[in-house]
Design a protein around this ligand. Sequence first.
Ligand code: BGC
Length: 429
Amino acid sequence: MNKPFPNNFFWGAATSSHQVEGSQHNDWTEWEAKNATRLAKEAPSRFAKIAPRWEEIKAEATDPANYISGICDDSYTRYSEDIQLVKSLNLNAYRFSLEWSRFEPTPGAWEQTAVDHYRAIIDELRLNNIEPWITLWHRSLPIWADEQGGWENKKTVADYARFVQKIVSEYKDSVRFWMPLNEPEFEIIGGYLGGNYPPQKKSLFAANRAFNNLAEAHRQAFSIIHELRPDAMVGIPHAALAVDGYKNRFLNRKLAQAVSYFTNWKYLNAIQNHTDFIGVQYYTRGTINLTFKLHTTNSAGFPFVEQVDLGFPKSDMGFEINAKGITPYLQECWQRYKKPIVITENGVADKNDTYRAQFITDILIEVEEAIQNGIDIRGYFHWSLLDNFEWDKGFWPRFGLTAIDRTTQNRTVRDSAHVYATIVKNNQL
Ligand code: BGC
């Protein structure tokens, strides 16, 4: 094919603390303990129809243990092994998140072991010539922050600013790339509108308060990071939902535009002057069909969006695997904000590794073409380095370039990861 990427392109893989580290104590672990049995019971009604390989996943998905993050991938202690995986795939960047609850189990009292732990990870990445890209918050909160009302309470914004100040002061010399908050729009949709994540609210008022606080938290973090490290690159990892009107019908199209505004652009509009780059996290394209019954949320948590188009393969979670959907999103994002773009997540739940290699290749074809067309795209991070804990769905969706044996914790690199590693090595498709 011979499609080269820019010389300084960042090639990476991504994870988040709660989804890989294990042995956590935060709002999610509390929520899991309370909800595991219910989630196991509800699994057939939630997934049997939409998950194409339901028979294969049924046993796991109906087992309450699937919904407890527990020891998880034990990445907290096995991080050296995981960094070697990153290296073995030829990647020059690793995106991971810091677990706030480990730093500040009680407000204002810093836990030195956490500071040392993440410093060791950063140092080891640097030693291996891997650029650390740090997410400061990826969905899990300290218990006390949750108890005071989480993102609905302005106090959490001030507490978070104190956390950012501490962290960036500690690591600023070794870390240039910072992402304050992962997918705030998903926190709002999942936690405050759809009711499927903690704190499980379904209230427009709560959602609006959380929206404003999450926007303010990002803006403050941006300023704090730049005060401490003026040449920092601060970005927002943001879910990109490609959404079309079914059969291009007028009303479907109008509703698709409205959904797209709320999920794709509303939050970015609120923080656009406080971001150096936009992180695009693309998984799927949804279709809106008004003649269908109005769904409150699909399996990804997006309101009103169905996966109704035929002709595309489906991920294990029932998502349409459609690389082309990223292109209109990249174009619109570039046209609206003219900010550098980094693909901070892209991946597929694919236990048998049937579609992953092709999806990566197809996405990178789109990305390369977008670069040729003048869109400033600086990097690509695959989600995920490891099979991990997929929030309210637990362990059954497998997003990893690397499979994890849950009894032995053995890591096995999947074939698709080798395909990715070769593209990275050649810096071209
Ligand atoms: C999130 C990840 C999640 C992934 C796959 C993104 O929305 O940032 O935490 O695992 O999607 O669903």
